[in-house]
Design a protein around this ligand. Structure first.
Ligand SMILES: [Zn+2]
Length: 424
């Protein structure tokens, strides 16, 4: 959640892009550049927050405070204006990507014939794979927890090889453009089903696994067909601006636990962090909540939501940076086990701690609801790779590495959680 994308004035950019590539459905980013800007004072921070009043840019990470770097996407028509403004404001910057479309091409869908973890896939391919695995293994129970706003299935898989197990819940792709999320969740599921690693087989035997790999199918399809940088779902949210109707709710701001706290632009209906007018408004979220609630209390002992990017294990709470969960120290030890084991594989370091502390105070996330409302004793948001080099455009040749390091982290996490009595 730390490095989430802000698409200010998205529509004008898309129109520019579409003009340069007639006949294409999906927005393109040919010759769009990515700027890294270093902000060192509150005054410059305030100017950066208002920069879209002067020039059309996408700000790639959530704006927090000075002393950090932020990434901006700018189209070819606006580069000179942006240069001028940044120079005028004395904001130090660096052009880190000259042609964003090339980066997108490296993280695009190719070889979509069948499921594997060396490329990203369409919803259809992911769902076909789930159906095939379900048909092949009688310990898998597959279902549809509900329909999205546009009527697509939200599928679930429950893996249970013996009775009496406690369960671990894996949530994927609540944010549409975070493709690595569903890729990683399906990678983990595939390990649990098909891995010959004795440790994975043991985890698959001794725990039940409940997986919803695609919470936001409408948004996901939209990122494939129209706009790669979409975050929310696709329900018209009742607001409009100069570009027309505004769509979508940030579904990881819509859960009803201390809902409606602070957060940058969570109450701007056309922005990408709009959390809704009230909690629990989205059919996808209600389906997910009802599904979680359909299990007996105390059965699900861990809830993990997978996101991109930044390499964090974010723990409750999001709504405060002064109040911490009763078993916060215990959760930190469990997150530390994940972090250490994941880093052992390729050196990727995952920072862990309360999200309100590590990131910024914002409420309505799944992990806080799972912890605070459902009393699940270990919950987290895992922000996957990377730390900003590729960001949301993580190349597909990293999917297997991410899956492998997260598998290692997950094994250690479950074992630490077991040692801590989480599953008792
Ligand atoms: Zn996310």
């Amino acid at each position: 959640m730390k490095l989430v994308i802000l698409l200010i004035a998205l529509v004008p950019l898309v129109m520019v892009a579409a003009k340069s590539a007639p006949g294409r459905m999906a927005a393109r980013y040919d010759n769009f550049a990515v700027y890294k800007v270093d902000v060192d004072t509150d005054e410059k921070m305030d100017e950066l927050k208002k920069i879209h009043e002067r020039v059309t840019v996408h700000i790639l990470n959530e704006l927090m405070g000075p002393g950090r770097s932020y990434y901006l996407i700018v189209g070819p028509l606006f580069r000179r204006a942006l240069d001028r403004i940044l120079n005028f404001l004395e904001i130090v910057y660096d052009v880190v990507v000259e042609d964003l479309q090339k980066l997108l091409d490296d993280s695009s869908v190719n070889n979509d014939d069948q499921m594997e973890w060396e490329s990203y896939h369409s919803l259809e391919t992911i769902y076909d794979w789930i159906d095939k695995e379900c048909a092949a293994h009688d310990y898998l129970e597959c279902g549809v927890i509900g329909k999205s706003y546009e009527g697509r299935d939200i599928k679930s898989i429950k893996l249970s090889k013996r009775t009496g197990n406690k369960a671990i819940f894996l949530e994927g792709n609540i944010h549409a453009m975070e493709w690595i999320s569903s890729a990683t969740v399906t990678f983990l599921l595939n390990q649990l089903i098909n891995s010959e690693d004795p440790e994975m087989q043991r985890l698959s035997e001794e725990y039940d696994w409940i997986v919803v790999p695609m919470v936001n199918p409408d948004g996901f399809v939209y990122t494939h067909d129209v706009e790669r940088l979409w975050r929310k779902n696709r329900r018209p949210n009742g607001y409009s601006n100069s570009t027309g109707d505004c769509y979508g709710i940030d579904m990881n701001r819509n859960f009803d636990y201390h809902w409606g706290g602070a957060g940058w632009n969570i109450d701007e209906p056309c922005d990408h962090w709009f959390g809704g007018d009230q909690p629990n408004t989205e059919v996808e979220i209600l389906s997910l909540q009802n599904f979680v609630s359909s299990f007996e209390d105390g059965y699900i002992r861990s809830y993990m939501a997978f996101h991109a990017y930044g390499q964090y294990v974010l723990l409750p709470y999001g709504h405060s940076n002064t109040e911490f969960p009763p078993n916060y120290e215990q959760m930190k030890r469990i997150a530390a086990a994940f972090s250490d084991a994941a880093a052992d594989v390729y050196g990727s370091s995952f920072t862990y701690g309360a999200s309100g502390l590590l990131n910024y105070v914002v409420s309505g996330a799944a992990k806080d609801w799972a912890y605070g409302v459902k009393n699940i004793p270990f919950t987290c948001t895992v922000e996957l790779r990377d730390k900003g080099t590729y960001g949301f455009f993580l190349p597909s040749n990293q999917i297997t590495e991410v899956g492998t390091e997260v598998t290692a982290g997950l094994k250690a996490l479950v074992n630490q959680a077991a040692a801590e009595g989480i599953f008792n």
